[in-house]
Design a protein around this ligand. Structure first.
Ligand code: HEC
Ligand code: HEC
Ligand code: HEC
Ligand code: HEC
Ligand code: HEC
Ligand code: HEC
Ligand code: HEC
Ligand code: HEC
Length: 349
């Protein structure tokens, strides 16, 4: 390896010093060599071979090497700094990089703040988007082609990805169902916040609203064989009303359904499968010691308009009949009263 770089450097010196500027364009004299690498102290070899065809297919196909590696101004070059994508990617940039609030959002996100505080494991732009392989997110090879998003976030959040992949949502995404949520549908993209922050889309106070965007009666799940009245029936339930009143301890969608491990009620591993309901309701802080009878007697998603709801359906029907008859009686009373008054008035004349 040393010999190789010395040889190339020697060739450069032969070409003369006027090669300086042009040499910048000629990174590939060295980096197109399959065997070029950097030897780490541990003995590990880090390959430095650059396949130009990857850049040629990327969104940055018209960029020079030094547009990104802009700290290289002589050949042979010294240690290269980490690329700063923000050189071009900022609001109002003149180079034609996509515009918008997203860059500022990233800076205020849980990831951006962590980077600012020196957390080396937190992602900068290229950790999520790739380095030379930044493709349009509409193409299947992009790290952010919708179906690839869970895997991309999962390179760091491995445990969560493993759980999510097996959930109803994760399996639906793998099967190509575009309406099912990937990480960013629940968490956001550049504006991801800590899960318990008030601004987070997944906080206790907001998660029910996030689920309802899809599971409401107007939501996307209408197309699938899913009970779409779940969100509305939740709102009318004891738990839903509590949540609207600002209670932070009352159950939200995720307290009962889990969040990464969401499964249909027929799945034996589901938190809402009849066998698991006592455990789910009996969670600490909820209804500790809940028995099978406790939960079997409880209707969670109550729809008073559906006969399935048993006594609640009939009580609500009875109330309807009662209300209508009281109203009719009242109207009859008023009519008779008016009639009487008119009659009396005529008699006086
Ligand atoms: C004379 C041969 C040569 C030329 C020309 C050359 N490089 Fe290098 N480059 C190397 C060698 C050798 C290394 C490994 C240095 C080391 O061991 O740390 C390297 C390392 C790098 C690294 C750092 C990789 C890492 O992980 O540390 C980057 C980035 C890089 N080169 C980019 C470029 C760019 C961009 C150009 C063109 C402007 C260029 N190089 C031109 C030989 C060359
Ligand atoms: C869109 C910006 C961009 C362009 C254009 C670009 N690079 Fe890079 N390159 C990166 C990023 C990002 C990394 C990852 C390291 C980092 O974060 O600094 C990288 C890493 C490298 C490395 C280290 C080895 C590796 O694969 O990690 C070499 C060598 C390199 N680039 C050479 C080149 C050469 C040669 C060209 C031109 C043919 C080029 N780069 C064009 C952004 C770019
Ligand atoms: C030299 C300026 C420049 C630098 C540096 C640069 N970009 Fe870009 N980037 C652009 C331009 C211009 C576009 C728009 C390309 C187009 O629409 O054809 C773009 C487009 C993109 C897109 C949009 C892809 C899509 O889905 O449509 C992403 C993502 C992106 N860049 C990420 C990065 C990352 C990550 C880095 C750092 C490794 C980086 N850029 C560095 C200029 C730059
Ligand atoms: C935590 C991962 C993550 C980080 C870090 C990140 N992004 Fe993104 N970015 C995303 C996701 C997710 C999308 C949405 C992809 C889609 O449109 O489906 C996106 C979209 C984009 C787009 C395309 C938007 C469009 O309208 O076409 C650009 C450009 C972009 N990001 C640039 C950047 C830049 C520059 C940085 C660094 C400041 C950055 N991103 C940091 C995850 C990330
Ligand atoms: C259906 C919505 C939904 C999807 C999809 C989703 N999450 Fe979450 N996520 C949540 C909720 C809700 C919480 C907060 C749980 C709590 O309050 O404890 C959370 C918490 C988190 C946390 C922090 C708490 C923890 O458990 O470590 C991380 C990190 C996270 N999610 C990453 C991901 C990643 C990565 C993906 C994709 C593989 C993903 N999420 C997909 C809803 C979702
Ligand atoms: C390069 C690794 C990396 C990638 C890629 C990454 N993250 Fe993270 N993420 C982190 C680290 C590290 C933290 C912890 C930051 C902190 O709190 O200091 C974090 C924090 C989070 C949190 C907040 C955790 C909490 O406790 O509430 C969420 C949510 C999250 N990430 C979601 C995502 C999603 C969604 C994606 C994909 C769009 C993603 N991450 C991509 C490394 C990554
Ligand atoms: C107090 C616990 C609890 C809360 C809170 C809750 N659910 Fe449920 N959910 C259940 C139980 C138990 C079932 C299974 C029995 C049923 O269908 O009523 C269920 C069933 C469902 C189903 C149908 C599943 C299937 O396999 O057919 C969907 C969809 C659903 N809930 C979505 C939601 C959404 C969205 C929210 C928040 C707006 C929510 N749930 C709030 C306990 C809850
Ligand atoms: C981006 C839209 C979207 C979001 C956000 C979303 N879901 Fe879903 N959900 C779907 C789709 C689509 C399916 C159907 C997947 C399939 O089976 O094909 C589904 C399936 C389900 C099922 C299984 C239903 C069954 O009959 O098997 C439950 C339970 C569920 N979601 C609950 C939730 C909860 C709780 C949340 C919030 C934490 C949530 N979902 C957020 C779109 C969404």
């Amino acid at each position: 390896m040393k010999q190789l770089s010395f040889l190339v450097i020697f060739l450069f010196l032969l070409c003369g010093s006027s090669a300086d500027i042009q040499a910048l364009e000629k990174c590939q004299i060295c980096h197109s060599k399959k065997e070029i690498h950097r030897a780490e102290e541990t003995g590990r070899k880090v390959p430095l071979y650059i396949d130009e065809s990857i850049i040629a297919r990327s969104v940055h196909n018209d960029k020079d090497c030094t547009d990104c590696h802009n700290d290289i101004n002589e050949i042979p070059h010294k240690v290269v700094k980490k690329v700063n994508c923000r050189r071009c990617h900022y609001t109002g940039n003149p180079v034609g990089a996509p515009d918008g609030k997203m860059y500022d959002q990233y800076e205020h996100s849980v990831h951006g703040m962590a980077v600012l505080n020196g957390n080396e494991k937190a992602p900068v732009c290229q950790d999520c988007h790739g380095d030379h392989d930044v493709y349009s997110h509409k193409t299947i090879e992009s790290k952010f082609y919708w179906q690839n998003i869970p895997k991309t976030c999962g390179t760091c959040h491995m445990d969560i990805y493993a759980v999510y992949k097996e959930s109803t949502h994760g399996r639906a995404v793998a099967d190509g169902i575009k309406d099912a949520p990937v990480c960013s549908d629940c968490h956001g993209e550049h504006n991801i916040k800590k899960h318990n922050s008030d601004e987070s889309r997944v906080s206790d106070a907001r998660i029910s609203q996030t689920c309802t965007e899809c599971h409401g009666t107007q939501g996307v799940v209408n197309k699938y064989n899913i009970k779409t009245d779940r969100a509305a029936t939740f709102e009318h339930s004891f738990h839903g009303v509590g949540l609207q009143m600002g209670s932070k301890t009352v159950a939200n969608c995720a307290s009962c359904h889990d969040y990464h491990d969401i499964r249909g009620e027929d799945d034996p591993k589901s938190s809402v499968h009849p066998d698991n309901i006592p455990k789910t309701c009996g969670k600490e802080g909820c209804h500790p010691g809940a028995s099978a009878e406790f939960s079997s007697g409880q209707q969670i998603h109550i729809n008073p308009k559906s006969e399935e709801s048993g006594i609640i359906y009939y009580i609500s029907k009875a109330f309807l009949v009662l209300t209508v008859s009281v109203l009719l009686g009242l109207l009859a009373f008023i009519a008779m009263d008016l009639f009487r008054r008119a009659k009396n008035a005529r008699a006086k004349r």
